[in-house]
Design a protein around this ligand. Sequence first.
Ligand SMILES: [Zn+2]
Length: 99
Amino acid sequence: MPRYCAVKACRNRGRTAFKKANKRISFYPFPLHDEPRLQKWMGNIKQGEWTPSRHQYVCSEHFTEDCFDIRWGIRYLKNTAIPTLFLSTEHVVVLQHKL
Ligand SMILES: [Zn+2]
């Protein structure tokens, strides 16, 4: 099933991972099992009253490089990562960083 990014302004969708302008885009599920962290994700994504499901994802473009661990060439999202990068028309808005 193709995945898509839950961030409204973001058009990324596709398979589990793909390349866009030489950047690797991958999709990460919401931390539904980790309520405090989920609240931070929701606070940053700002889409009003809405509850993400197990089938919704946020793409790697909303995370800074230090949110990832790379092992054996595979990029993993750290279990403390919070999405902080959101495109607002032409500007990249950097929200207050995690923790
Ligand atoms: Zn996205």
